[in-house]
Design a protein around this ligand. Structure first.
Ligand SMILES: Cc1cc2nc3c(=O)[nH]c(=O)nc-3n(C[C@H](O)[C@H](O)[C@H](O)COP(=O)(O)OP(=O)(O)OC[C@H]3O[C@@H](n4cnc5c(N)ncnc54)[C@H](O)[C@@H]3O)c2cc1C
Ligand SMILES: NC(=O)c1ccc[n+]([C@@H]2O[C@H](COP(=O)([O-])OP(=O)(O)OC[C@H]3O[C@@H](n4cnc5c(N)ncnc54)[C@H](O)[C@@H]3O)[C@@H](O)[C@H]2O)c1
Length: 469
């Protein structure tokens, strides 16, 4: 039957797209349903355009050291051109995605997907309604911006991050940015570098509860403050009024700020509007997340949920890992758990911060004896040559067993370097692997080897760091 599939996926963000590709590569007949722009939040309004701007911001920041390197001239930011650049990159990537889906024979259905029963999805779009059925379903409907009570988004004035990347830059460069989470921490710096004057409003200090060490957060704070970006704590957004000249931002303490536009970085919520999970026997929790087991099966065992719609972790990294687990479990019939503790995480701001595995508190709570291996980039020949020597590599390992428990990297390319720890095949031998190399020299990566070696010198853990006799 034309509309009968082995696997139907609702949502084409990183989770849904990756699941579709993996399903097709593993021999399944796959359909994917998307109601909006192919590629979801990450490609169109999240990771990809944000990272494009982060790169531009880094070039502008680096240009301040150009004169002492013997390079003359200065650079000026241009937000309009930067917006065009991210859009061109996003469109090119989207074209590559949709071409690849076509080549793999994945059936792309445009329209809003609603669950009719445990095996049927109704697709409603411009072309009317059609039903498709599948043996297995994956729900990958993602999340949308959380709008604080009393605030109404308005084009060019009160923006979600979706609007920031969908619509051309608003007039004016005085921006209030609400939220001290990841979005706030990244965009406060990026927009400043792109020529905006950012008033950054939040309750508590940025990235609290995100698992980074106090040392990492101090490095971030110093880098931000060097560039004139100040986190204004105890200044929660309470309301916003659009005026003839911009926006009057109202704060919980009664103060106001006059700006040209306001950007909301106030969290995201799982998206299940119009999905009708209950019609298929799928359960949703009190916060709106679809409930699954660690193997990503919902209460209806043949239906899986992945990515932002199932977990407050809400990163593309986790959505991609979930897709791999869900398709694996569908194809093999097994119950493998999605690897939450092994998925790395990164924040792209005035410095990059990345981590994988446990933080100190979790390690202690789980009964490990954590020891720290540390290497600072300030002595790395490569980092000194780059003129970018702040930050560190910090390894956390169990003193008695030598097991690598967690890794934190702060500094240039932290998000790339963290893969070296995330991909270590066995945490029990990871320290030996890192210390032994081989490494390219001079590189930033070899600091992971140096950090492992300090475990031997400082904690007497040589038996776990050097080759066995
Ligand atoms: C500004 C910003 C920057 C970010 N940067 C990063 C980053 O650098 N790294 C990182 O790891 N993460 C980042 N994230 C988070 C990341 O974008 C999300 O975690 C990721 O996109 C989640 O993927 P997903 O597949 O679960 O859902 P989404 O990407 O949200 O995709 C869900 C898709 O489902 C579609 N859909 C929903 N309901 C239906 C329906 N009923 N029928 C049909 N289609 C439907 C939606 O239109 C959407 O296209 C960022 C987020 C933001 C907002
Ligand atoms: N690099 C990445 O992986 C990346 C980048 C961006 C976003 N994301 C994901 O997107 C999601 C959304 O990010 P986010 O930063 O919006 O969410 P978040 O939950 O990390 O932070 C939201 C922040 O907004 C604050 N807030 C809420 N209401 C407020 C108000 N009225 N006034 C002032 N502050 C207020 C909260 O206290 C919190 O600090 C996150 O789950 C994140 O994982 C990931």
């Amino acid at each position: 039957m034309a509309n009968q599939y082995d696997l139907a996926i609702i949502g084409s963000g990183p989770g849904g797209y990756r699941a579709a590709v993996l399903g097709a590569l593993r021999g399944l007949k796959v359909a994917i349903v998307e109601k909006d722009t192919w590629g979801g939040c990450c490609l169109n309004r999240g990771c990809v355009p944000k990272k494009d701007w982060h790169h531009t911001a880094r070039i502008l920041a680096a240009s301040e050291g150009f004169a002492e390197r013997g390079i003359r001239g200065s650079l000026e930011p241009d937000l309009e051109a930067a917006w065009d650049h991210q859009k061109a990159v996003v469109e090119e990537v989207r074209g590559n995605y949709t071409d690849y889906m076509k080549r793999l024979g994945i059936a792309a259905h445009v329209g809003h997907g609603t669950l009719v029963d445990a095996h049927t999805v109704r697709v409603s779009g411009d072309g009317g309604e059609s039903d498709l059925t599948a043996d297995h379903l994956i729900l990958a409907t993602g999340s949308h911006a959380r709008i604080p009570e009393g605030i109404t988004p308005e084009s060019g004035r009160i923006l979600t991050t979706d609007m920031l990347f969908d619509e051309r830059p608003p007039e004016g460069r005085r921006v209030a940015l609400a939220g001290g989470g990841v979005i706030g921490t990244e965009l406060a710096w990026i927009l400043t570098r792109l020529g905006c004057e950012v008033t950054w409003l939040m309750g508590t200090k940025p990235l609290r509860g995100a698992g980074f060490t106090p040392q990492a957060l101090r490095t971030l704070e110093a880098a931000l403050s060097r560039e004139g970006v100040k986190a204004q704590t105890d200044r929660r957004l309470a309301g916003a009024r659009v005026t003839d000249n911009g926006v009057t931002v109202e704060l919980a303490d009664g103060a106001t700020e006059e700006v040209d536009w306001l950007l909301l970085g106030t969290g995201r919520v799982p998206h299940t509007a119009g999905l009708e999970p209950a019609a298929a026997g799928v359960e949703v929790d009190g916060d709106g997340f679809i409930t699954t087991g660690a193997d990503l099966r919902t209460a209806a065992g043949h239906i899986f949920a992945i990515g932002d719609v199932r977990t407050p972790i809400m990163t593309a990294n986790q959505a991609l890992a979930d897709a791999t687990t869900a398709v694996d479990n569908i194809v093999t019939g097994s119950a493998r758990e999605t690897p939450e503790k092994r998925v790395p995480w990164a924040v792209y701001s005035a410095v990059e911060l990345a981590r994988v595995g446990m933080d100190d508190d979790t390690a202690e709570d789980e009964g490990w004896e954590p020891a720290v291996g540390f290497a600072a980039f300030e002595t790395s020949p490569r980092a000194l040559g780059q003129g970018d020597a702040e930050g560190h590599v910090r390894l956390l390992a169990d003193m008695d067993e030598g097991t690598l428990l967690g890794t934190e990297i702060v500094g240039d390319e932290a998000a790339e370097l963290i893969h070296l720890a995330a991909l270590a095949p066995d945490p029990d031998t990871a320290l030996r692997l890192l210390a032994g190399g081989p490494w390219n020299h001079p590189t930033r990566g070899e600091e992971l080897g140096n950090a492992a070696e300090t475990m031997a010198a400082q904690w007497g853990m040589g038996e776990f760091v050097f080759p066995e006799e």
